[in-house]
Write a protein that binds this ligand. Structure first.
Ligand SMILES: CCCCCCCC(=O)SCCNC(=O)CCNC(=O)[C@H](O)C(C)(C)COP(=O)(O)OP(=O)(O)OC[C@H]1O[C@@H](n2cnc3c(N)ncnc32)[C@H](O)[C@@H]1OP(=O)(O)O
Length: 194
C-alpha cells in the first residue's frame, strides 16, 4: 500500500466564495443544454447510455436533468443501481459547470442515497455550481422521485478540476479525437504525447 496516495477529503467551497454568474453565451432559462460529447455514457445516444436530458433552470444557472430509470439500470431486484445514480449525478453536475466554465474533469464525487429508486421511476435532478476558485469547480445537486421537488432520492457534491485540451490529447485515444473532428495536427500531437 506504500504508493497509494492519501485521499484528499475536502470539497467544501471556501466560506467567502461567491456563486458564479451565468456565462453570457449559455442557453437561456428553459432551453436544453448542449450535449458535451456524443459518446458520453450519461447523456450521449450510445448503447448503455443513461440518456439523460438536461435544461437550464429558471434562474439561468442551475440545471434540471431527467433520467428515466429502466430495468437495465437495476442493482438490487427492481431498484436502481447506486453507481447509476452516481453516473447521473456526475453527468448532471458536469452539465451544470458547462454553463459557466469550459472543460473540467471530476476529481471527487460524493453521493448520499436517501430513498430506493424503483425501476419505472423518472428521476429529476437539480444541479448547480456553488463556487469556482481557480481551477476548482464546486458543485452540488439533488435527485427527486417523479418530479422536481418531489421526494428526495439522493444528494451529491462534486469537485471538478479545470483541465486543458492536453488532458484529452495525453490520456484519450487519438481515434476518438478524430471522431470529434480534430485536425490531423491535433491527432498527431496526441499520438506523440502518448
Ligand atoms: C457535461 C460534462 C459532463 C462531464 C461528466 C463526466 C465527467 C467525467 O466523468 S471526467 C472522468 C473522470 N475523472 C477523471 O478521469 C479524472 C482523473 N483524475 C485526473 O486526471 C487528475 O487527478 C486531476 C486532473 C483531477 C487532478 O490532477 P492535477 O491537475 O494534477 O491536480 P492536483 O495538482 O493533483 O490537484 C489540484 C488541487 O485539487 C485538489 N484535488 C485534486 N483531486 C482532489 C480530490 N479527489 N478531492 C479533493 N481535492 C482534490 C488538490 O488537493 C489540489 O488542491 P490545492 O491546489 O488546494 O493544493
Amino acid at each position: 500500500m506504500g504508493n497509494v496516495p492519501r485521499v484528499p477529503i475536502s470539497i467544501e467551497p471556501p466560506a467567502d466564495a461567491e456563486a458564479p454568474q451565468r456565462h453570457p453565451k449559455a442557453p437561456a432559462p428553459g432551453e436544453p443544454t448542449a450535449a458535451h460529447y456524443e459518446g458520453c455514457r450519461g447523456c450521449g445516444d450510445v448503447p448503455g447510455s443513461l440518456r439523460i436530458r438536461s435544461w437550464v433552470g429558471d434562474d439561468g444557472v442551475s440545471v434540471h436533468s431527467r433520467f428515466d430509470v429502466l430495468a437495465e439500470h437495476q442493482g438490487a431486484p427492481g431498484l436502481l443501481h447506486g453507481g447509476m445514480l452516481m453516473t447521473a449525478f456526475d453527468d448532471a453536475l458536469g452539465t451544470a459547470y458547462t454553463q459557466i466554465a469550459r472543460s473540467a474533469v471530476t476529481a471527487r464525487l460524493e453521493t448520499d442515497f436517501r430513498r430506493p429508486v424503483p425501476v419505472g421511476t423518472t428521476l429529476w435532478l437539480r444541479s448547480r455550481v456553488d463556487a469556482i476558485v481557480d481551477r476548482k469547480i464546486f458543485t452540488s445537486g439533488v435527485a427527486f422521485l417523479g418530479e422536481l421537488d418531489g421526494e428526495v432520492a439522493g444528494t451529491a457534491r462534486a469537485l471538478f478540476l479545470k483541465v486543458g485540451v492536453e488532458h484529452f490529447l495525453r490520456h484519450g485515444r487519438p481515434e476518438d479525437l478524430e471522431a470529434l473532428g480534430a485536425s490531423r495536427e491535433v491527432i498527431e500531437a496526441a499520438r506523440a504525447a502518448r
